[in-house]
Design a binder for this molecule. Structure first.
Ligand code: IGP
Length: 257
C-alpha cells in the first residue's frame, strides 16, 4: 500500500464521523479569487503546515493566525491550510481561524473524497479546495469538481505526470498544480514542473502552480522561469524565522527577472 492509498483509506473512515454542517453562517472577511490574482501577478501560495508524513513534525508550536497574517502582509497570493489531522496534524478549526483573520483566498488542503468535506471546507471559510488526480477515479474527480464549482469555490487540481495533466485539462481546470513531490514515493524534484510545463497550454485561461520542495529563492525563480504563475510553499516558510521576508524575496526575484 502506498502512503497515498493509506491516507485515502483513513479519510474514508474519518468522514463517516463527520456531522452534516450547520446552516448558520459565521462571518468571514470577503476573499478575492486566486485565479485572477495569479493572472495579474505571479505569487506565493503560503502554507500552514505543522507536520507531514514525509518530514515528521515541522513546526508544532506555531501561532497559525500570526503566521497567516505575516503571509498576507508580505503579499502572499493565497494561504493554504492543511486540515488533515491524522497525517499532517492540522484541523478544520485551523482553516476557520485563518479564514477569519485574512482577506486573501484560503485553500483547504486535504484529501477530498466526498462532498461533505467540501461543505465543511466552505463552512470553515475556505474559498479553494484541492482535488488530487492520483487519489480519485475520473468520475469522482469530475463530480467533486462540478460540486465545488457549483458552490462558488475555486478548485486546484493537482497532477504529477503527463497523463494526470491530460485529465486536469479534460476537466478544463483553471488552477492546475504540478506537485514536485510524488505522493506515492515522496521523491521530490522541482524539475518536474519544467518537464510538465512543456505540455501546458499557456492560453491565459488557466494558470500553472508549482507545488512542493522549494526552499530557496533560486528554487522559486526556477519554477517561475518554467512557466509557473504561482508557487506553493510549506516547509520552507514554516521553518523560516522570517516567512514574510521569504515571500517578499521570492516575489521580488520574480519582479526583477
Ligand atoms: O512543504 P513543501 O515541500 O513546500 O510543500 C507544500 C505543498 O506543496 C505540500 O504540502 C502539498 C502539495 N500537495 C499536497 C497534497 C496533500 C498534502 C500536502 C501537499
Amino acid at each position: 500500500m502506498t502512503i497515498l492509498e493509506k491516507i485515502i483509506a483513513t479519510k474514508h473512515e474519518e468522514i463517516k464521523t463527520y456531522k452534516p454542517v450547520q446552516s448558520d453562517t459565521i462571518h468571514f472577511p470577503e476573499k478575492s479569487k486566486l485565479l485572477q490574482r495569479l493572472q495579474e501577478k505571479k505569487g506565493v501560495i503560503s502554507e500552514i503546515k505543522r507536520a507531514s508524513p514525509s518530514k515528521g513534525d515541522i513546526q508544532m508550536e506555531v501561532d497559525i493566525v500570526a503566521q497567516a497574517k505575516k503571509y498576507e502582509e508580505a503579499g502572499a497570493a493565497a494561504i493554504s491550510v492543511l486540515t488533515d489531522e491524522t497525517y499532517f496534524k492540522g484541523s478544520i478549526d485551523d482553516l476557520r481561524e485563518v479564514a477569519q483573520a485574512v482577506s486573501i483566498p484560503v485553500l483547504c488542503k486535504d484529501f477530498m473524497v466526498s462532498e461533505i468535506q467540501i461543505d465543511r471546507a466552505q463552512y470553515a471559510g475556505g474559498t479553494i479546495i484541492l482535488l488530487i488526480v492520483a487519489a480519485l477515479e475520473k468520475q469522482q474527480l469530475k463530480s467533486l469538481n462540478d460540486y465545488a464549482l457549483s458552490k462558488g469555490l475555486e478548485v486546484l487540481v493537482e497532477v504529477h505526470d503527463e497523463q494526470e495533466l491530460g485529465v486536469a485539462l479534460e476537466l478544463d481546470a483553471k488552477l492546475i498544480g504540478i506537485n514536485n513531490r510524488n505522493l506515492k514515493t515522496f521523491d521530490v524534484s522541482i524539475e518536474r514542473t519544467a518537464q510538465l510545463a512543456e505540455n501546458f497550454p499557456f492560453d491565459g485561461q488557466r494558470v500553472l502552480i508549482s507545488e512542493s520542495g522549494m526552499h530557496t529563492k533560486e528554487d522559486a525563480k526556477f519554477a517561475y522561469a518554467s512557466g509557473a504563475s504561482g508557487i506553493l510553499v510549506g516547509e520552507a516558510l514554516m521553518r523560516s524565522e522570517d516567512p514574510g521576508g521569504w515571500i517578499r524575496q521570492a516575489t521580488s526575484e520574480e519582479a526583477a527577472k
